[in-house]
Design a protein around this ligand. Structure first.
Ligand code: URA
Ligand code: SF4
Length: 220
């Protein structure tokens, strides 16, 4: 039996240790459903410990557009599906208003477990670290490999950095299209930022404008 090191130094080592990462949990040569099932058992970083379940991407396996969020929220964590909480409802409404064909859209997140802090009975979203985004990236990479979209839409900064690297910003990508050998990439804000905006109506209009533009880009 191994013994667990104790004390402040050991705690520090554990906190700063590099996570093993999702890659070793990804089954080789598998289809999307098999990969999704494997993700349920991921222990690639510590986020699985406090979360309820892995929230994998959802949508048609042959979608031409993949939209990438940050991480599941409180409701996504309990229901096991991406974008089913308040931000998801706003995204749904905007996608419908923008005239997106939902049969062509796959929704997922950069990080597949909910990271939060507890405040009383409430679980407050906490932004995943770069280390956690990198640890989880093998799931997103596998989703993109299997879905083979034409266009990847990053929703917010965490998604943009997950897809394009740590120097990517939404400010620079908004309205732009980056060409990559396998797909094109663009970005807009995260729907949660619309919910938090002081002027929600204007923020929503701008978000909707972005999605209308992205819908046109997707048709090209
Ligand atoms: N925010 C995200 O980024 N993803 C979700 O699934 C829900 C909220
Ligand atoms: Fe695995 Fe990602 Fe969950 Fe970490 S957040 S345990 S890497 S699925």
């Amino acid at each position: 039996m191994g013994t667990t090191a104790r004390g402040p130094a050991a705690d520090r080592r554990r906190r700063t240790a590099k996570p093993v990462g999702a890659a070793e949990f990804v089954p080789p040569d598998a289809d999307l459903d098999t990969v999704r099932a494997a993700a349920a058992g991921c222990r690639g970083c510590d986020l699985y410990r406090n979360a309820t379940q892995t929230v994998f991407g959802e949508g048609p396996a042959n979608a031409s557009v993949v939209m990438v969020g940050e991480q599941p929220g409180d409701q996504e964590d309990t229901q096991g599906q991406p974008f089913v909480g308040p931000a998801g409802r706003l995204l749904d409404r905007a996608l419908d208003e923008a005239g997106f064909d939902r049969t062509g859209v796959y929704l997922t997140n950069a990080v597949k477990h909910f990271k939060f802090t507890e405040r009383g009975k409430r679980r407050i979203h906490k932004q995943p670290s770069r280390t956690e985004v990198v640890a989880c990236s093998a799931w997103l990479a596998t989703e993109l490999e299997l879905v083979t979209p034409d266009l990847v839409v990053c929703l917010g900064a965490v998604a943009a950095k997950a897809v394009l690297g740590p120097s990517a910003t939404v400010g620079e990508l908004r309205g732009q299209v980056v060409e990559r050998p396998d797909y094109r990439i663009t970005a807009t804000v995260h729907p949660s930022s619309v919910l938090r905006a002081p002027d929600r109506k204007t923020a929503y209009t701008e978000f909707l404008d972005d999605l209308c533009h992205i819908r046109d880009v997707a048709r090209r």
